[in-house]
Design a protein around this ligand. Structure first.
Ligand SMILES: Cc1ncc(COP(=O)(O)O)c(C=O)c1O
Length: 360
């Protein structure tokens, strides 16, 4: 049975990447060692981390005045590192578009000397849309934080709104390398790797140099400037994760770069949204203009039927389709490495289920 992994993260990786990792597992470039066994100070690993950075710079067209950091602690640690480095003694603005935004907001609020203001929210409708941004916002704020793609709720910013001269900080965990945003529209971007980049345990941060903290942070590991000064090698970085990220970046490049990948992502999402629109059983809980092309929730409106669908889907090899516990129903996460055949197979299965369950 073919397994299709719809997980929201850790998520499906390109098969070609896993095959390369497998072929290099026991003996990386005739070193007689696996990548996991290499010193992070060795020339072989230095080449890996430098290539990973160069490829990411090329794929995302990252300008020279931005640093690329390979860190640990997940996107969740960035919820604290961002305000700690950028907003001490200042005000930070947040757009509240879902569970992950809420966590970012509470982490910032937990810091004594950071003032937090939520400038827009879609919580009134269970985060089923992307809210309008007020015309005037405090131009002296340290930054405005957005979550570009809301993994749980299935909404995304199609375009990045204008916030004047306030730097935009983005949690891009679930749609990095899957959109045509421009890095220069952001002051800082962060992403946990475990969706479009590689295995969990690696976090990528892209930060404009002028935003690097001037004063040392009490905990060296949480200090962007120190991490940047040490080229992410202040301590032992997640070496194997960085190696897999390098392979994924090579794979993205071979797919025609971000433009090529995004075109394919749009095609996959369109197929599923069309099937949902044409169905009499399934519907999307998300407002049309706010829909994510990456995480696509759908429901029948009947919890028992959702449960029956999830059970039957699982038996057919559709893994991890169950929606997040806060939303229910189903959610198909169609990250870059998810094959279009999996979307087609899911749609065929949905049509069959609909016929067998009273649909037309
Ligand atoms: C948008 C978003 N932000 C943050 C997180 C949390 O990431 P981590 O588990 O790496 O801390 C996730 C995880 O799925 C996410 O989807």
């Amino acid at each position: 049975m073919t397994i299709y992994n719809f997980s929201a993260g850790p998520a499906v990786l390109p098969k070609a990447v896993l095959e390369t990792a497998q072929s290099e597992m026991l003996d990386y470039k005739s070193s007689g060692m696996s990548v996991m066994e290499l010193s992070h100070r060795s020339s072989l690993f230095e080449e890996i981390i430098q290539t990973a950075e160069n490829l990411l710079r090329e794929l995302m067209a990252i300008p020279d005045n931005y640093k690329v950091l390979f860190l640990q602690g997940g996107a969740s640690l960035q919820f604290t590192m961002v305000p700690l480095n950028l907003a001490q003694g200042k005000k930070a603005l947040y757009v509240n578009t879902g569970s992950w935004s809420k966590k970012a907001i509470s982490a910032a609020k937990a810091l004594d000397n950071v003032e937090v203001e939520v400038i827009a929210s879609s919580e009134d409708k269970n985060f089923t849309y992307i809210p309008e941004i007020p015309k005037t916002i405090d131009q002296n704020a340290a930054y405005v934080h957005i979550t570009t793609n809301n993994t749980i709720e299935g909404t995304a910013f199609e375009k990045i709104p204008s916030f004047g001269k306030v730097p935009v900080v983005a949690d891009m965990s679930s749609n990095i390398l899957a959109n045509d945003y421009k890095v220069e529209d952001f002051g800082l971007i962060y992403a946990g790797a475990q969706k479009n980049i590689g295995p969990a345990g690696l976090t990528v941060v892209i930060v404009r140099e002028d935003l690097l903290n001037k004063k040392a942070i009490f905990a060296p590991m949480l200090d962007y400037a120190l991490q940047a000064k040490n080229n992410s090698l202040y301590n032992t970085p997640p070496t194997y994760g960085i190696y897999i990220a390098k392979l994924v970046f090579e794979w993205v490049k071979a797919q025609g770069g971000v433009a090529g990948i995004t075109a394919e992502d749009r095609k996959k999402a369109q197929l599923l949204y069309d099937a949902i629109e044409n169905s009499h059983l399934f519907k999307s809980p998300v407002e049309k203009k706010s829909r994510s092309i990456t995480n696509i929730p759908f429901i029948t409106g009947d919890e028992d039927l959702d449960k029956a669908f999830n059970q039957a889907a699982l038996a057919q090899g559709f893994e991890n389709l169950k929606g997040h516990r806060s939303v229910g129903g189903m959610r198909a996460s169609l990250y870059n490495a998810f094959p279009i055949e999996g979307v087609e197979a899911l749609i065929a299965f949905m049509e069959k289920f609909e016929k067998e369950n009273g649909g037309e």
